[in-house]
Design a protein around this ligand. Structure first.
Ligand code: ADP
Ligand code: MG
Ligand code: ZN
Length: 602
């Protein structure tokens, strides 16, 4: 109970809060509407102006037939029914009377909520003043939820469990060395980074590799997530950070892992909506802690984010998270290795080639691939197989892309037909455009929100897109709706996702990549303008007039893509019909069979 006696001011605060509480319980609620003396209410009731009276103890809220609302108060011990009936007003007939919250147990508990809230708040204040030490009696309120590993119990994950990711592993190897034997580096006077920022899309193994660093070095791992800090009470986040670092230092050498650091480390004073204060305090506390490290602290902070662009520059300054390690989506080889890691211990049929699955899963993250392995195993188990077969993997990939098949979903014959033409449209255009990725599969089995889908597989991984490739992609995206239009002379809402993606691509082409007649100019932001908050607060970096030009360019690009798709579909109309009918019959068409249909002369 340190911190408690030393803070008289807290007792003062407590007294003030209780004062407020008492006032709160005495004053009638609902001050926002006009308060009438009870006599006037009765008179109004007599005149038949009142529709309803809600009785809450002695507090009345009145709704008139003109839809006005008033409040009033009756004396305790006097019955409203009686007062009314004396004047010849019959409750339930002339006036609707309902008794709300008539002091039952639940409502009295509910009314305690503000009290509990305030008590909680007080404890938080007390805890702040106790500087995070000796504050256990508050029940660990401000304690970080960081999972605690006793010093001897470090993560068992090793670098070999992280497949691919060779460069990140190399960069982090140095950190492992330091954590293993800090003295060696200290005696050389070497400065070791205090913070490492892992940057990469979700599911690329940022958490995994951080744990592996601790596992390799044999040091405890204290982990928490930035989103945890964005809570209601100002000061809790900062107290948690203090506590987290305190415990890490006590167990040094150690790793502090902060997931989703963007949740607290956003540009200060830029977010949309509330909660900045809390974030700011948490962030400041984090920076203070890191600045307080000396070369003997032996704690290394690893933070992960997929939004490095929105981080507060203060985080990236030298002596803080100045080391940056990129965790990209895995390439073909990486995907195969990740699949191998997760294939361990699973009975996989010898006929399954993980390389083929790796090829089919372009753009998948490590987490997606782990998911594919797991789904395949589940599917095989459901069918009581002894080995996981290729078809299980095929289905698992589809599931991870678009969700489980919805066999029970009722789709009318008409809907299936439209879907078949829509998907066939994508496929025919993709097949007949030079440089488009080959079409691998068409299905019209509904999954998730999609009625069907067409999968293309790139010949090789790409990290850049050319303007030509983007235009092809756009034409393929537009082809679904164009096919519907050509065949049924109508369109459905089923193309919304295609259109959304196409519009986003077109917009990026104009404002990010300089691929329009507006020239090689970046107009900033892009799709995530609102998410960033920053651009939003400052307004877009271009004028209204330019905004109009941008919209025109986007429109032009989309129209061009539509035109190309239409030209191809008109030329290969017969093939479109044939393919759609075939798909309608078999539901899934892939590989060789699909190629044959697509390449047939028609
Ligand atoms: P992130 O933190 O980047 O969102 P995680 O580390 O939480 O991603 O990854 C989630 C899961 O995905 C891991 O637990 C692991 O099963 C799998 N995974 C991701 N990347 C890899 C990888 N490179 N090697 C093996 N498994 C991986
Ligand atoms: Mg993670
Ligand atoms: Zn589509």
């Amino acid at each position: 109970m340190r911190g408690f006696g030393s803070s008289k001011s807290l007792i003062v605060i407590a007294v003030i809060i209780f004062g407020f509480l008492i006032l709160y319980s005495i004053l009638p609620r609902g001050e926002s509407s006009k308060n009438l003396p009870i006599g006037s209410v009765i008179s109004m009731a007599e005149r038949g102006e009142i529709l309803r009276i809600d009785v809450n103890g002695n507090n009345l809220s009145i709704v008139t037939k003109n839809n006005e609302t008033f409040t009033s108060r009756k004396e305790s011990g006097v019955s409203l029914y009686e007062m009314l009936s004396v004047r010849g007003v019959e409750a339930g007939k002339d006036v609707e009377i309902s008794v709300v919250q008539s002091g039952n147990l639940l409502s009295s508990l509910l009314s305690l909520f503000p009290l509990i809230f305030l008590l909680y708040f007080m404890f938080v204040l007390m805890q702040r003043s106790s500087r995070g030490q000796g504050a256990d009696w508050v029940g660990g309120l401000g304690r970080s939820k960081a999972k605690r590993f006793p010093a001897e119990e470090v993560p068992s994950v090793k670098f070999e469990d992280v497949a691919g990711a060779e460069e990140p592993k190399q960069e982090l190897a140095e950190i492992v060395e330091f954590l293993k034997s800090p003295e060696r580096f200290q005696s050389m006077g070497a400065k070791i980074p205090k913070g490492v920022l892992l940057i990469g899309p979700p599911g690329t193994g940022k958490t995994l590799i951080s744990r592996a660093v601790a596992g390799e070095a044999g040091v405890p791992f204290f982990s928490t997530s930035g989103s945890e800090f964005v809570e209601m009470f100002v000061g809790v986040g900062a107290a948690r950070v203090r506590d987290l670092f305190f415990r890490a230092k006590a167990n040094a050498p150690a790793i502090v892992f902060i997931d989703e650091i963007d949740a607290v480390g956003r540009h200060r004073g830029s977010g949309l909506g509330g909660g900045h204060d809390e974030r700011e305090q948490t962030l400041n506390q984090m920076l203070t802690e890191m600045d307080g490290f000396n070369s003997f602290t032996n704690v290394i902070v690893i933070a992960a984010t997929n939004r490095p662009d929105i981080l507060d520059p203060a985080l990236l300054r030298p002596g803080r998270f100045d080391r940056r390690v990129i965790m990209p989506l895995p390439d073909l080889k990486g995907r195969e290795q990740i699949l191998q890691v997760h294939a361990k211990g699973k009975p996989i049929s010898p006929s399954v080639d993980l390389r083929i699955i790796a090829r089919r899963t372009h753009g998948f993250s490590g987490a997606d691939l782990a998911n594919v392995m797991n789904e395949a195993a589940i599917l095989a188990a459901r069918k009581s197989k002894t080995l996981i077969e290729a078809e299980d993997f095929g289905e698992a990939v589809d599931r991870v892309i678009a969700g489980p098949a919805m066999k029970s979903r009722k789709t009318s014959e008409k809907e299936r037909e439209i879907t078949a033409y829509h998907e066939a449209g994508h496929a025919v255009v993709a097949h007949n455009m030079d440089g488009a990725d080959p079409v691998h599969k068409i299905t019209i089995i509904p999954r998730g929100i999609a009625g069907g889908y067409t999968q293309q597989i790139p010949e090789e991984d790409r990290s850049y897109w050319s303007m030509k490739q983007l235009k092809i992609t756009l034409a393929v995206l537009m082809a679904g709706q164009i096919a519907e239009r050509l065949v049924f002379n109508d369109v459905t809402t089923g193309s919304s996702n295609d259109l959304e993606r196409a519009t986003n691509i077109a917009r990026d082409m104009v404002i990010k990549y300089g691929m329009s007649s507006l020239g090689p100019i970046s107009f900033g932001g892009g799709q995530d303008v609102v998410f960033l908050g920053k651009e939003f607060a400052n307004g877009p970096s271009y004028s209204e007039a330019v905004a109009e030009k941008i919209d025109n360019e986007i429109n032009l690009i989309i129209r061009q893509a539509e035109f190309e798709a239409r030209t191809i579909l008109e030329k290969y109309r017969k093939k479109l019909e044939y393919l759609a009918k075939k798909v309608l019959a078999v539901e899934i068409l892939e590989g060789e069979e699909l190629q044959q249909v697509l390449s047939s002369d028609m």
